[in-house]
Design a protein around this ligand. Structure first.
Ligand SMILES: NC(=O)c1ccc[n+]([C@@H]2O[C@H](COP(=O)([O-])OP(=O)(O)OC[C@H]3O[C@@H](n4cnc5c(N)ncnc54)[C@H](O)[C@@H]3O)[C@@H](O)[C@H]2O)c1
Length: 296
């Protein structure tokens, strides 16, 4: 296990800058999105109760996890990320120097999970919020899924989520409070071709979330976020530009979500404004699943 070894820095040390996604309709009818930075006072980016919260983000070196780590730092939280990818860890350490720690662990390895959770507690003095987000996907036909591929997707997306959730929940129960937020997917709610194993894990995450919420209340709140299509490295790896445009056409808001928009949902659900919310799944998909088949 490695860690950035940085002393814990609370506050908005990414600078008084906040990130915002701007999307425009291009000449060919497509949607072009980009992230801009603007100068903001702390009060402009503050959600209630996040300042000083100790947050652990799994899969925090890329995509949704990296945007979520950045958002919590902007909110004045103390943040550790955990990721199994060494290059990703190096990159996020450089991009977010205010991180309290960058931990190496594979969420599907129980010993590594236990060690990483212990290290996060040591570095931050405790964990108040777990963003249980690490995941993988493989695009393949149901008839072609090998036992090895099936095992891999289940190991990371479901067993890994369970390992992390249980380790964090045991710590939070001892302390008397906490919030666990898990990344599901609209794929866990509806059927989608080419991702049968992935979809099964995300449906599993949703049921795990609801069951945990019932057992861990009233001390710990547990929710899931179900993103639709989000423009991240995971998505880019499996979709050509033509495929992305085709997807955008069937989404009512005509675009993928940006990782920062999922991060915003996590930030709200972890905040004190969401104190009466537990056991539910929150979708951010540009309206894609609102109409069921009618929107396809
Ligand atoms: N991108 C989308 O369209 C989309 C939609 C719905 C849900 N999701 C979910 O969001 C989550 C984040 O995905 P993303 O799009 O940001 O992908 P990403 O590939 O950009 O980031 C995933 C991160 O998780 C890390 N990771 C993977 N397996 C790991 C493991 N076993 N242990 C520790 N770290 C591991 C990777 O190294 C990577 O840094 C995943 O759970 C994914 O299923 C993504």
């Amino acid at each position: 296990m490695s860690s950035s070894g940085e002393a814990v820095k609370a506050g908005n040390e990414v600078g008084n800058e906040a990130r915002k996604t701007i999307c425009e309709v291009s000449a060919d009818g497509g949607i072009v999105c980009g992230t801009v930075f603007w100068s903001a006072t702390q009060s402009e980016v503050c959600l209630r109760g996040l300042k000083g919260k100790r947050v652990l983000v799994t899969g925090g070196a890329s995509g949704i996890g990296a945007a979520t780590a950045a958002r919590f730092l902007e909110e004045g939280a103390v943040v550790c990320v955990l990721d199994r990818d060494a290059n990703g860890r190096k990159k996020i350490t450089a991009e977010l120097p205010a991180l309290a720690g960058v931990l190496a662990a594979d969420v599907s390895n129980l010993e590594e999970v236990k060690a990483a959770c212990g290290e996060a507690v040591r570095l931050m003095g405790g964990v108040d919020v777990l963003i249980n987000n690490a995941g993988v996907s493989i695009r393949h036909n149901f008839l072609d899924i090998t036992p090895e591929e099936w095992d891999k997707v289940i190991a990371v997306n479901l067993t890994g989520v369970f390992y992390m959730a249980q380790a964090a929940a045991r710590h939070m129960m001892e302390r008397g409070s906490g919030v666990i937020l898990q990344t599901a997917s609209t794929n866990g709610v509806m059927g989608y071709p080419f991702y049968a194993d992935y979809n099964a894990t995300k449906a599993g995450v949703i049921e795990l979330t609801k069951s945990m919420a019932l057992e861990l209340a009233p001390k710990i709140r547990v929710c899931a976020v179900a993103p639709g299509y989000v423009l991240t490295p995971m998505q880019r790896a499996e979709y050509t530009d033509e495929m992305l445009a085709e997807v955008n056409r069937k989404i009512p808001l005509r675009r993928h979500a940006q990782p920062e928009e999922i991060a915003a949902l996590f930030a709200f659900l972890a905040s004190d404004d969401a104190q009466n919310i537990t056991g539910h799944v929150y979708t951010c998909d540009g309206g894609e699943t609102a109409g069921g088949l009618a929107s396809r």
